[in-house]
Design a protein around this ligand. Structure first.
Ligand SMILES: [Zn+2]
Length: 199
């Protein structure tokens, strides 16, 4: 295997510049999985409240289900994402990108189903329908560049695109044009295919 041109960026699927908080919610990817998709999500717990630490607790099965009425509806949920970007643009990582995180559910994109098998999930702290903050776009673009230097990603889409009718995140408040401009500015990500515009 050829040496990576960025040997300090990744170690066994973990990005060195991210805060690492390992989640038990993952499994192996199928043999030969081509990791060519990044899935963008949004999440906040309780919904619309930021900086509570509850997302990190959810992804590590440490959320107190009785701490808020909303949690009754997700009690026992075991999910994860590879990454979580806070409102301030801080990047957390929960699952090695070499492994399969549990973020997409029933899904289909670029002619393939079960997107968890061969995608990298990125959660943005936010609420579907509302806006996201500039540091989040900058952190997302930088994260995409790092991913593009290690994995053969060619596609990026929202959860709403890969699970239409079932999921709405990151929603209409997410500025795909902003992301597109930032991805286009770097050779590593310039060729990534975004979801088709729906306007
Ligand atoms: Zn989602």
């Amino acid at each position: 295997m050829a040496a990576s041109p960025y040997p300090d960026l990744w170690q066994q699927g973990w990005l060195n510049t991210a805060r690492h908080l390992p989640s038990p919610n993952f499994g192996p990817r199928p043999d030969g999985a081509l990791i060519d998709l990044v899935v963008v999500h949004s999440i906040s717990l309780p919904p619309g409240e930021y900086g509570t630490g509850a997302v990190q607790q959810l992804f590590t099965n440490r959320l107190d289900w009785d701490a808020h009425p909303y949690y009754q509806g997700i009690r026992g949920l075991e999910v994860s994402s590879h990454f979580f970007i806070t409102r301030a643009g801080e990047v957390w990582q929960f699952v090695s990108c070499d492994d399969r995180a549990w973020h997409a559910g029933v899904s289909q994109w670029r002619g393939r189903e079960r997107c968890n098998d061969d995608s990298i999930g990125i959660e943005l702290e936010g609420l579907e329908g509302l806006q996201f903050d500039a540091p989040q776009y900058a952190a997302l673009a930088e994260l995409c560049r790092a991913i593009g230097r290690r994995y053969p990603v060619r596609y990026i889409a929202g959860h709403e695109h890969i699970a239409p009718g079932r999921k709405q995140d990151p929603g209409p408040g997410f500025d795909w044009q902003n992301l597109h401009a930032q991805l286009a500015a770097d050779a590593t990500t310039a060729g990534w295919q975004l979801p088709p515009r729906q306007d």
